[in-house]
Design a protein around this ligand. Structure first.
Ligand code: ATP
Ligand code: MG
Length: 356
């Protein structure tokens, strides 16, 4: 029997509620499936750890994660700690330390979810957004000079490397090729930003020749927002830069009904290091500790984690259980207009897995 070693990092806020729920779902799955088991190790890193130790995670933290098969992450964010510390001190440290250069965000309108686009049928919106996760606008290159003086200035450098752009585009074309519609939309702002974005477009044209069976087109990011709302069915796989995809994927999550159900994977496609899966929502301190958090975004992240491990049948089993539960409005949490609790939704998904 195979054993998968999973690191759990609940982090802050409702991460502490949804990650244990995700672990329960994996345990229910292992009970129902005799081919594999999970060995969990939990890491209490985040805001509370920072208050005690002055850092979000220990200096040798990456070493503790290195031999895991995957990481299930909650959220990093704390009202009392500046964002640059919570973000750069934990999540980004793991993403960069393990070169998780592809951030993958599937978006669908799940059964029973009341999505805001009234003219959009659920089958019209079935996207995967691929976000470049290692450089670009979030390269960290830049600086600030003459603070407090009239000549104060600051820069953030959008750094695109050929290696970085080639590998994310190749990943996106390959993903598009694996989906039934074999269709990719490459998003930039190459009419206004004339260097890095133009290089991105050019490299897309080069990589496309390796994938003659993938239909692809280019879209400017501003036009893309309108297209997502007006013509969702014309899109399938989408690839964009770090900043653009960050924004587009929040729009996508909202169009699919709620931030609380959207998942993401920070993936090292080469499997050199563990990949990390997490709901896209943040720490949501306003509902923390009340048992109100929607765990579906974490469960869907668990589905992605299983797919990454190659356990496609098990992944499909969990996804089916999630869809059975979202289809029942009595099992909707507050963000979906319902009154169900985290515990009720978790139990229902675990039961559906057991029965499948
Ligand atoms: P962070 O600073 O870590 O990003 P945040 O307070 O901005 O956290 P988000 O998670 O980004 O919170 O979400 C914004 C709001 O959406 C939350 O305040 C919360 O009310 C709601 N929300 C987000 N995720 C969920 C969820 N899983 N279940 C229920 N409501 C949610
Ligand atoms: Mg937020």
């Amino acid at each position: 029997m195979k054993t998968y070693r999973i690191a759990t990092i609940p982090g802050d806020g409702i991460g502490k509620e949804v990650v244990p729920a995700g672990q329960q779902v994996l345990e229910a799955l292992a009970t129902a499936n005799s081919n594999f088991r999970f060995e969990f190790e939990n890491f209490d890193w985040g805001g509370d750890y920072y208050r005690q130790h002055g850092v979000m995670m220990p200096a040798d933290g990456l070493d503790a994660l290195r031999d895991k098969d995957a990481i299930l992450f909650g959220s990093a964010g704390d009202p009392d700690i500046p964002d640059h510390i919570t973000l750069w001190g934990l999540r980004l440290k793991i993403c960069q330390g393990f070169d998780q250069y592809a951030n993958v965000r599937p978006t669908r309108i799940l059964p029973g979810i009341d999505a805001p686009l009234k003219r959009c049928r659920p089958e019209d919106l079935n996207w995967v957004i691929v976000r470049e996760n290692s450089e670009g606008e979030y390269s960290g290159v830049g600086g600030r000079v003459h603070q407090g003086h009239p000549i104060e200035a600051a820069t953030d450098v959008t750094m695109m490397t050929r290696v970085g752009v080639e590998r994310i585009l190749r990943f996106a074309f390959r993903l598009a090729q694996s989906r039934p519609r074999k269709q990719l939309t490459v998003v930039t702002k190459s009419n206004a930003q004339r260097h890095a974005m133009v290089m991105w477009d050019q490299i897309a044209t080069e990589i496309a020749t390796e994938f003659p069976d993938v239909k692809w087109d280019k879209e400017l990011v501003d036009a893309m927002t309108a297209r997502m709302v007006n013509k969702p069915a014309t899109l399938d796989t989408i690839v964009a830069t770090n900043l653009h995809a960050d924004i587009l994927s929040d729009l996508a999550a909202a169009l699919a009904g709620s931030l609380g159900i959207a998942p993401t994977g920070n993936i090292d496609p080469e499997h050199r290091y563990p990949s990390m899966f997490e709901p896209i929502h943040g720490s949501a301190f306003d509902i923390m500790g009340k048992g109100l958090a929607n765990p579906v975004g974490t469960f869907w992240s668990v589905v992605m984690l299983l797919e990454h491990l190659g356990e496609n049948e098990a992944a499909a089993r969990v996804m089916k259980a999630i869809e059975q539960v979202t289809a029942n409005p009595a099992l909707h949490t507050g963000d979906l207009g319902g009154q169900a609790t985290t515990v009720q939704v978790t139990q229902a998904v675990c039961e559906a897995i057991a029965k499948a």
